[in-house]
Write a protein that binds this ligand. Sequence first.
Ligand SMILES: [Zn+2]
Ligand SMILES: [Zn+2]
Length: 80
Amino acid sequence: MTRRPSLGLPPPPPPPTTMGGSHRCDVCGKQLSTKLTLKRHKEQQHLQPLNNAVCSLCHKVFRTLNSLNNHRSIYHRRQK
Ligand SMILES: [Zn+2]
Ligand SMILES: [Zn+2]
């Protein structure tokens, strides 16, 4: 008589999400109930105005906040 270890049943697949009437943020994937709340969410959470990444120490302008952080970590490491 041979015994095989029980493998167990695989977990059931998650139920499909209904996309009816929901507005999804294409930046972070957050679901907003209305088009207006989506717009406000993006304005508040993902507002990235151009030329806004300015180094407060030497006033150099960067295209992205990442570039600014990189610059500051390199040129302004010693700050209090
Ligand atoms: Zn978002
Ligand atoms: Zn700087």
